[in-house]
Design a protein around this ligand. Structure first.
Ligand SMILES: C[S@@+](CC[C@H](N)C(=O)[O-])C[C@H]1O[C@@H](n2cnc3c(N)ncnc32)[C@H](O)[C@@H]1O
Length: 416
């Protein structure tokens, strides 16, 4: 990405970061990420939060939005919007080929919702088969691992077993039960995988995520899959810190593979058609369905794993707009790729503000040439360096090296 106001450079303390290339006066908009690459609105808010612009119905004095799209023939899988304009944006963005419609999207969401509903009912899908040893027994050892087990080889091996296990589960129609949070994470991962698959089949997808701006590099879109892969991979530190997460992520992958297997192949691309036209025997040579592409993508754990490896530590919460971040409600989260290069500082010089489905970053004060551009990941008004460190350690797994923390820790050490 070309940027006009800052470069991305390595730091000695915390990976890469953004550094001002020129003086940036207070109030200057530094970056606008117009859309997330992948996002999820928590299931419990799906009727109250517009699926396109994330407007919260509550803030407009409503209990839910009424414009709906994409419910399948069995009444599952709809998405809700604050207006017809937002619904039309969704339709346009999910048409892989102009005029093709969004049948594949409707079906995918419907299957997802039905799997969720079935899981909630004991004795149906999700129940482990009692007759044979379930393939998932091969992954049971993950429930007892400790940080000492977590090496790159160990984690790779677990994912390889997961691919085998999920293949067998798909053949047998078995699906693992997920928690509500895992379900939300699964919808986030699916959103990213769908975008990746859509990019593969339609190089112009998505058409609407990059708004023109007067300044090169200021307005960034959602980015591409290759940009997603450039983000910091946090899988190993996260699993070392919370080993149960590996089994949880593997369960999410297994669920998504099962979902892809459950889709029909009826929604064909425009370049192919299921019924030869004009009674001719000559079927088109090039033909694919979205479901086939999704199944191909999920036959390996690589993409789902790559998204989950970048989810933690890179995504931004989507908050309601009624109050400031700190006091407001978190409605979901999104991967705003280009905003993920800003490191944390307990005295930040940038502020982030949600603007519909985008995030705007602007200068909180005058910034000098060469100064690092940082946001705050936690409540920087907390006066205690120890408490801030606890928050950062618990939620972000790093020891803050910002100038304020270093100085405050020196004072504590000198007094001890
Ligand atoms: C959203 S990423 C920021 C970009 C990242 N530095 C990179 O190279 O992709 C967050 C990660 O940056 C590092 N980081 C950010 N702020 C830091 C700080 N104040 N002290 C130490 N590490 C920091 C941590 O590794 C953290 O997990």
């Amino acid at each position: 990405m070309a940027v006009s106001l800052y470069h991305i450079l390595p730091t000695p303390y915390g990976g890469r970061s953004a550094f001002a290339r020129e003086e940036i006066p207070e109030g200057t908009p530094v970056l606008f990420c117009s859309a997330p690459y992948a996002t999820v609105i928590f299931w419990k808010f799906r009727r109250e939060v517009c699926a396109t612009c994330f407007a919260y119905a509550f803030e407009s004095g409503k209990s839910k939005w009424s414009v709906k799209l994409g419910e399948d023939s069995k009444g599952a899988g709809g998405a809700w919007f604050c207006s017809e304009a937002c619904r039309d944006v969704c339709v346009q963005e999910n048409e892989l080929f102009e005029g093709q419609g969004i049948g594949w999207w409707t079906e995918m969401n419907g299957v997802f919702e039905r799997l969720m509903t079935q899981m909630a009912k004991p004795g149906k899908q999700g129940q482990k088969p009692s007759t044979k040893i379930a393939p998932a027994a091969r992954l049971a050892y993950l429930d007892d691992i400790t940080a000492a087990d977590v090496t790159p080889e160990f984690v790779d091996q677990a994912w390889m077993v997961a691919e085998d296990v999920s293949l067998e589960e798909c053949r047998n129609g078995w699906v693992e039960v997920l928690t509500e949070f895992e379900m939300d994470t699964a919808r986030f991962v699916l959103d990213g995988i769908v975008r990746k698959v859509a990019e593969d089949v339609s190089p112009l997808f998505p058409a609407l995520d990059h708004l023109p701006s007067g300044r090169d590099g200021y307005c960034a879109g959602a980015g591409r899959w290759s940009d997603m892969l450039e983000l910091q991979d946090n899988e190993l530190p996260l699993v070392a810190s919370k080993p149960y997460i590996l089994a949880s992520r593997i369960r999410i992958y297994r669920f998504l593979r099962h979902l892809a297997t459950s889709l029909s192949s009826q929604h064909r691309s425009r370049s192919g058609t299921s019924t030869p036209r004009g009674g001719s025997e000559s079927a088109p040579l090039v033909s694919f369905t979205f479901a086939d592409k999704l199944r191909d993508c999920l036959s390996s754990s690589m993409e789902a794993r790559a998204i989950m490896a970048r989810d933690h530590g890179n995504v931004f919460g989507i908050w309601d707009m009624a109050t400031d971040d700190e006091g407001s409600e978190m409605l979901g989260w999104g991967a705003y790729i280009f905003g993920s290069y800003f490191n944390h500082d307990c005295s930040p010089n940038l502020k982030k503000v949600r603007d519909k489905r985008g995030i705007q970053f602007y200068a909180l004060r005058d910034i000098r040439v060469g100064e690092e551009l940082c946001i705050s990941y936690v409540d920087e008004t907390c006066p205690s360096v120890v408490d801030r460190a606890k928050q950062l350690g618990a939620d972000w797994f790093f020891d803050c090296q910002c100038a304020r923390c270093v100085k405050e820790l020196e004072v504590i050490a000198a007094a001890a």
